[in-house]
Write a protein that binds this ligand. Structure first.
Ligand code: NIG
Ligand code: FE
Length: 404
């Protein structure tokens, strides 16, 4: 691409992992440069061909990747579930704890009791941990309110994270996360009285970018999720689904049939689900932090997803119960070690495919025209990002073209 005007800023002496698929592994340019103007990448290529710029910075051989994207998180919540961690170590299962009124419902009690300021403080602490590892875009779900006021409060807090920090946020309405105690045994009643009207209200307030649900024996049936998705479609909102995490209810195929952006978890996904996702272009979001924390024994069918060409994203699922993990780098490591992704697949899962899981094509790769949301790392090779554990090599982060 030719650039007639000098760019605002030129990064040189960089190893650039563009993450554009189809060429060199990681889209790697060894002695590369990236030109930025008005918060966007305007040129990327070999340093020897770099266009002129008003400001040049030599990165001394550091690695540049797209800013990381956490496309599945629940970072707005109150309280903690350390006691349940102990109970699981004593032998109780995640499902048994949930059925006894703990699990998600214990976080619902704490979240309902928390003010907006308290929720924001907790969410910012977790967002800061993700940002410190190079994240520039976070998906944040509601789903610990399960009443109108608290669901709306959670979504407002999620929006405020983007106002308070140099990070982009995409919100997902997850009212269909669990059935609250006041509707115990009456998921249909809860859907009609709370979930659907609250979705309408949240959408009217501009608080919703996508609609999510939890399709599981301890949560909502496929038929109930289908009703939710129909309402989302009527509102013009994309959908996604927690599917096949603890059992196989056919949630992924249902999501794919509704043109879902993604189906997430997928430990119990079968061939029918894989085929439906491939046909619909639905992204699989792999959440190894939940698999690890719950000590699951079934891994998602990575080989089948790969063979069918289903894009694989990787995310933290950061939440107080099944995945108290605020590190995308550890999620990448777990995706490789536990799910056998290659380090390249894992990094693509938190960049290129994560963008697609959020329905975005303006980020997740270093390409002219996309946002200049970048991470600069003190590593030589991109495989190092997934290789180390608890070792943060972030040297700098660029958000909308500015070092932050
Ligand atoms: O993605 N699966 C359902 N929802 C969350 C868990 C939330 C929780 O345990 O608080 C998940 O794993
Ligand atoms: Fe989740």
């Amino acid at each position: 691409m030719s650039v007639s005007e000098p760019s605002d800023r030129l990064l040189t002496g960089a190893r650039v992992a563009t993450m554009v698929p189809g060429g060199a592994p990681y889209g790697l340019i060894e002695d590369g440069a990236v030109a930025i103007t008005d918060g966007h990448v305007v040129w990327v290529g070999p340093a020897t061909e770099a266009p002129c710029a008003r400001r040049r910075e030599d990165l001394g051989g550091r690695l540049v990747t797209p800013g990381l994207i956490d496309c599945h998180s629940h970072i707005v919540f109150a309280g903690d579930r350390a006691r349940e961690f102990e109970m699981r170590l004593e032998g109780a299962s995640y499902e048994a704890i949930a059925r006894a009124g703990g699990g998600i419902l214990s976080t619902v009690r704490a979240t309902r009791a928390a003010s907006e300021a308290e929720l924001l403080a907790g969410a910012l602490a977790r967002a800061d941990a993700l940002i410190a590892e190079g994240a520039t875009l976070l998906e944040i779900k509601s789903g610990y309110g399960l009443d109108r006021d608290t669901e709306l409060r959670m979504l407002r807090v999620a929006r405020r994270v983007a106002a308070e920090r140099p990070v982009r946020v995409r919100t997902s309405f997850l009212g269909a996360h669990a059935v609250p105690p006041e509707f115990a045994g009456d998921a249909e009643g809860y859907l009609d009285a709370i979930v659907l009207p609250t979705l309408e209200a949240a959408a009217a307030e501009g608080l919703v970018d996508a609609v999510d649900g939890f399709c599981e024996g301890i949560a909502f049936s496929p038929a109930q999720i289908a009703r939710l998705f129909d309402r989302a479609a009527a509102l013009g909102l994309p959908v996604k689904l927690h599917a096949e995490q603890l059992s196989n209810l056919g949630g992924a195929a249902l999501a794919a049939d509704h043109g879902a952006l993604s189906a997430d978890h997928l430990e119990w996904l079968d061939d029918t689900g894989v085929e439906a996702m491939a046909a619909a272009g639905t992204v699989s979001v792999l959440l190894p932090g939940a698999y690890y924390t719950l000590r699951e024994t079934r891994v998602p069918p990575v080989a089948a997803l790969r063979a069918a060409g289903v894009p694989m994203a990787v995310a933290t699922d950061c939440n107080p119960g099944s995945s108290p993990l605020a590190s995308l780098l550890i999620a990448l490591n777990m995706a490789c070690t536990l799910f056998r992704l290659t380090p390249e697949e894992a990094l693509a899962g938190a960049t290129w495919h994560a963008a697609r899981a959020l329905g975005l094509d303006d980020c997740g790769a270093i390409v002219p025209g996309r946002r200049a949301d970048l991470a600069i790392w003190d590593v030589r090779h991109p495989a190092e990002l997934a290789y180390r554990i608890g070792w943060n090599p972030l040297a700098a982060r660029i958000f909308a073209g500015e070092t932050t």
